[in-house]
Design a protein around this ligand. Structure first.
Ligand code: SAM
Length: 190
């Protein structure tokens, strides 16, 4: 699993943005923060090797539609092979609504992200956050994570400010020490 992740990092360090995949403990906190119990449709952005995908798929209520959008075509194929029940789209998070429309999927109740925000220029962050907000159902939830420590740096504060500018509420989860590096989840409401 980690070799696949490292392979993806070596193919494209600036879009993968991390050398190590997230832990099952962080996946659990992401799923808890997004509260999927009543979700009818859910979207994951940047599934990578599928750490969050595995936890989401195991948690979703029966009948919930689940799409994952992954920019790296090799990773997208691997996630699709591993999770046949997930509608995996090899595409970009800047075009969530177009991808969902083309797949005849409804507007999601929740979007979970493993995207490497710190590796993105501010213009791309703003564009993707706007796309997430516009695609979510009113009252829908967006969950994403940040590493503890870097969140206090200029780029981390800028990301947190961007979230607060876009969403009507932004909360932070407890610290997940079982992740390397320790991380927390931002839970944002449309
Ligand atoms: C750090 S990995 C996260 C993987 C996994 N969710 C985790 O937390 O371990 C980031 C993933 O986002 C994907 N990605 C980067 N930019 C993207 C974009 N604009 N649209 C969709 N996926 C993107 C990368 O290819 C990579 O697989």
């Amino acid at each position: 699993m980690s070799l696949r992740f490292i392979g993806a990092f070596l193919r494209s360090p600036s879009t993968v943005g991390a050398i190590w995949p997230s832990s099952p403990a962080l996946a659990e906190e992401m799923v808890r923060s997004a509260d999927l119990t009543a979700a009818r449709c859910l979207v994951e952005l940047g599934p990578g090797t599928g750490v969050f995908t595995k936890k989401i798929a195991a948690t979703l209520p029966p009948g919930t539609r689940f799409a994952a959008i992954e920019r790296d075509a090799t990773l997208a194929r691997q996630v699709a092979d591993r999770f046949p029940g997930v509608h995996v789209i090899a595409g970009c998070a800047t075009e969530i609504s177009r991808h969902l429309r083309e797949a005849s999927l409804p507007s999601p109740d929740a979007i979970l992200s493993g995207l490497p925000w710190a590796a993105f220029p501010e213009s791309l962050q703003t564009r993707i956050l706007g796309e997430i907000y516009n695609t979510l159902q009113p009252g829908g939830t967006f969950a994403t994570f940040a590493y503890y420590g870097p969140h206090r740096l200029k780029s981390g504060r800028r990301f947190s400010d961007n979230l607060k500018n876009v969403f009507s509420s932004v909360e932070k989860s407890r610290l997940v020490l079982g992740n390397f590096p320790p991380a927390f989840v931002y839970r944002c409401k449309r």
